[in-house]
Structure formats: structure tokens, C-alpha cells
Design a binder for this molecule. Structure first.
Ligand code: KE4
Length: 425
């Protein structure tokens, strides 16, 4: 029996579903998850010592490849000075300054330990700052597992959402309005009906949790204009896209400036760091100077911050994002070309170091469109590639991630494997 299977069976005895985050359980693709023993550069090895080219990258953080020597050294050095103090450190100032220097929307920033904490607090801050209760999110966007965000669209356009999780009382989500991504008219209608009570819009400015879905021209600009017009705050959830889609995230690519930005993943370089930041007049509502409470024992942890600081430094090397995006382009266009040659219906898209593969005729722009992807074909592709040592996200509705360690040889090996898999799909 595979060591992975043995470990999975043992894990299921003491961990719900055998994993510490649901998507890792392979439930949407079937089969047994791989238990990873080590990772280096573009590679991971599982408990059977099988090597994989990794296109998940810990769901975004591993943008420099795994175990980058400078990041590891920074973590080791920080750890020898102690792991956590529960008191301020100079490193926290340095990473706050580094984030604010890179994102013009951020004048002040507070560190937390996950993307969920960042978005949960951003919502509370928007409500505290505006004194309003309602929030708008979009179907298919995921912002972590805070109660008020675990909501799917209700029936009809302007009804409030329904919980996507047991344990969330309807009262907790009654102020959450779920609309269709890339449909500005529904947002306008919502503001016409509820404008004076809408605290914020929270949006993935490029969606990466319903595969990769880009905003159509005018969508982000429209959200910005409506929030400004009605006095609501625009929250860009850049937990995934921050320093991944480009050097200034999507706010840099689009020129649309949010009032609050949430971050995580890349800014921790693989260690637990999240953050929310924005205009100083908004952030000054956060405790201890303001009346919006937020706290965290390990917020700004010196070992985690050390990893984030070195990661942000290395991302700033000249040409980093041009090289990263060139690899995403080679991979996605190479896959689409080989699928076409094999008669497989596949299209693809990319931005910076993230990409989408869609088993459908055309690149989707809405949740409804991406929902028509052929998930059975994806499953066969996923397992075919896994058997050839290539590890894509175990879900048809996740974005993929590339690192600066994915060189031309790694891409070519992936494309050669895909050619064989497409031929048998
Ligand atoms: P975390 O709490 O998982 O650090 O961040 C939540 C979150 C918030 N906002 C966006 C845009 C996100 O993508 C995420 C988390 N992303 C998923 C991947 N789709 C994390 C993987 C997982 O849940 O295990």
C-alpha cells in the first residue's frame, strides 16, 4: 500500500477528513491526497518519494519556489532570537513600511495571521467606519471562512444570501448581499435600493476561487464609482492577487484604488502572515486608537515577518514579474496548443504568476460560465498529470500558481507530460 494512503487513513482517525483545510482532501477529484515530505524550488516530494512539479505553491505563497535559501536563512536567524514575544518588534515596522511603499492605497496597515482574519476585520472596520450594516460580495468569490462571508447567492437578484455552511445562523448573514461577478447593473440596483445602508463591497479584483476570472472592462471602475457616490468603502481582497498578479497587485494593474486592501499568502512567503490596510483616516478606527476592536497573539510574529520581508525584497528585483508572467504564458499557451492538437476542449488564461485552465470552449467571465467547465474531463486531466509527476490544484475551480523557480525545462517537462495525457483523455 502507498505510504500516502496509509498516512491518509491514519490522519482520518484524528483530523476531520484527514486534512487541516478541506480542499487538500482531493474530494472534488477523488483519490488519496499526497502527503508531502519536502519541497524545493518548483518541486515537492510525497511520502512515497515521488517528485511533483508543483503548480499549487501552497495556494499562492510559494512565489519564489519552495525553500528559497534566503527565505529559509531569514527564518532560521529570526528563530534563534526567539519565536514570539507578544510585544512590538522593528521587523513589523519594516514590513508595514514595505507594504505601504508598494501599495499606494495603504497608508496604514495591521498585520494578522491569515487571510480570513484580514477580511473578517476589513468588514468590521468598514461597518465601524461607516456606521452601516450591509455588505456586498460576489458569487464565486471566497474571502475566507468568517461567518458573514460564507454566503451563496439567494434566489433572484436582490435577495440576501443563504449560508454556505452549517452553523451560520441566518441572522449572521442577513446583511450580506450576494451579486453576480462582472454584472455592474445588479450592483447599481443594489445601491439604489440599499445604498444608505451599504458599508462596503468586498471583491476579489481578479477572482481566483472560481478558477481564474478577470474583471471585464469597467467592472472595477464601476464598483469604485458606486462606492464613492454612496459613501461605501471598496475593499479589494488581494489575499491571493497581492504581489502575485503584479508588483502592486490588481490595484496596480487596473489603476483602481480601493479604500481597504486585504493581503496574506505572498507577504508571508509561506509563513502565517495576513494584513489589512488602507487610508489613514479609516485605519485610525482600529483599536487601540479607534473603537473597532481587533487583536491577535501571533500577529506580526517575528519569524513569520522575517520570511515575508525577504520575500518582498526578492520580488522587487528588476524584471521579476516580467519573467514570472512569461512563464505563465508559456505554460498556459503551451497547454492550450497541445489540447487543441489532441482534440481536447481546453482554453486558458493567465496574469502575473497565476493562471486558469478551463475545460470549455471560451474563457469564462462569470460564475455561471465557469460552472459549465467539464469537471469530469478536469478530473481525468488532473490524475493523468499527477501520475506523470505534475501537481495541479485538486479542483476545477481554483487558480494555478507558478513560481520564479519554474524555468523553461520545468515548463517543457509539464508540456511533454500534458501531450501524453491529452492523447488519452
Ligand atoms: P486564509 O484564511 O486561507 O489564509 O485566506 C482566506 C482567503 C481570503 N481571500 C482570498 C481571495 C483567498 O483566496 C483566501 C484563501 N484561498 C484558498 C485557496 N483558494 C486557500 C486554500 C485553502 O482554503 O486551503
Amino acid at each position: 500500500m502507498s505510504r500516502n494512503t496509509e498516512l491518509f487513513e491514519r490522519a482520518c482517525q484524528t483530523i476531520p477528513g484527514g486534512v487541516n483545510s478541506p480542499v487538500r482532501a482531493f474530494r472534488s477529484v477523488g483519490g488519496s491526497p499526497r502527503f508531502i515530505t519536502r519541497a524545493l524550488g518548483p518541486y515537492m516530494w510525497d511520502a512515497d518519494e515521488v517528485r511533483y512539479i508543483d503548480y499549487v505553491g501552497s495556494w499562492g505563497p510559494a512565489i519564489l519556489g519552495h525553500a528559497h535559501p534566503e527565505v529559509i536563512r531569514a527564518v532560521q536567524e529570526a528563530a534563534t532570537s526567539g519565536l514570539s514575544f507578544g510585544a512590538p518588534t522593528e521587523a513589523e515596522i519594516e514590513i508595514a513600511e514595505a507594504i505601504a511603499a508598494r501599495l499606494p492605497s495603504i497608508e496604514k496597515v495591521r498585520l494578522v495571521s491569515s487571510g480570513t482574519e484580514a477580511t473578517m476585520t476589513a468588514i468590521r472596520l468598514a461597518r465601524g467606519f461607516t456606521g452601516r450594516s450591509k455588505i456586498i460580495k460576489f458569487e464565486g468569490c471566497y474571502h475566507g471562512h468568517a461567518d458573514s462571508l460564507l454566503v451563496k447567492a439567494g434566489s433572484g437578484m436582490l435577495t440576501f444570501g443563504n449560508p454556505t455552511s452549517a452553523g451560520v445562523p441566518p441572522e449572521f448573514i442577513k446583511h450580506t448581499l450576494v451579486l453576480d461577478y462582472n454584472k455592474l447593473d445588479a450592483v447599481e440596483a443594489a445601491f439604489k435600493e440599499f445604498g444608505a445602508d451599504i458599508a462596503c463591497i468586498i471583491v476579489e479584483p481578479i477572482a481566483g476561487n472560481m478558477n481564474l476570472i478577470k474583471p471585464v472592462p469597467g467592472f472595477l471602475e464601476g464598483l469604485r464609482a458606486l462606492c464613492t457616490q454612496y459613501g461605501a468603502l471598496l475593499v479589494f481582497d488581494e489575499v491571493m492577487t497581492g504581489f502575485r498578479a503584479g508588483p502592486q497587485g490588481v490595484q496596480g494593474l487596473s489603476g483602481v484604488t480601493p479604500d481597504i486592501t486585504t493581503l496574506a499568502k505572498v507577504i508571508g512567503g509561506g509563513m502565517p502572515v495576513g494584513a489589512f490596510g488602507g487610508r489613514a483616516d479609516i485605519m485610525e478606527h482600529i483599536a487601540p486608537i479607534g473603537n473597532v476592536y481587533q487583536a491577535g497573539t501571533l500577529s506580526g510574529n517575528p519569524v513569520a515577518v522575517a520570511a515575508g520581508l525577504v520575500t518582498l525584497k526578492l520580488l522587487s528585483e528588476p524584471g521579476f514579474y516580467d519573467r514570472l508572467e512569461a512563464q505563465s504564458k508559456k505554460l498556459t499557451q503551451g497547454l492550450a496548443k497541445r489540447a487543441k492538437a489532441a482534440g481536447v476542449t481546453l482554453c486558458s488564461d493567465y496574469v502575473g504568476g497565476m493562471f486558469g485552465l478551463y475545460f470549455r470552449e471560451s474563457i469564462p467571465t462569470t460564475f455561471a460560465e465557469v460552472s459549465t467547465c467539464d469537471t469530469e474531463l478536469f478530473k481525468r486531466f488532473f490524475h493523468g498529470m499527477l501520475l506523470k509527476g505534475v501537481y495541479f490544484a485538486p479542483s476545477a475551480f481554483e487558480a494555478g500558481f507558478i513560481s520564479s523557480a519554474h524555468d523553461d525545462d520545468v515548463i517543457q517537462t509539464t508540456l511533454d507530460a500534458a501531450e501524453e495525457v491529452f492523447a488519452k483523455l
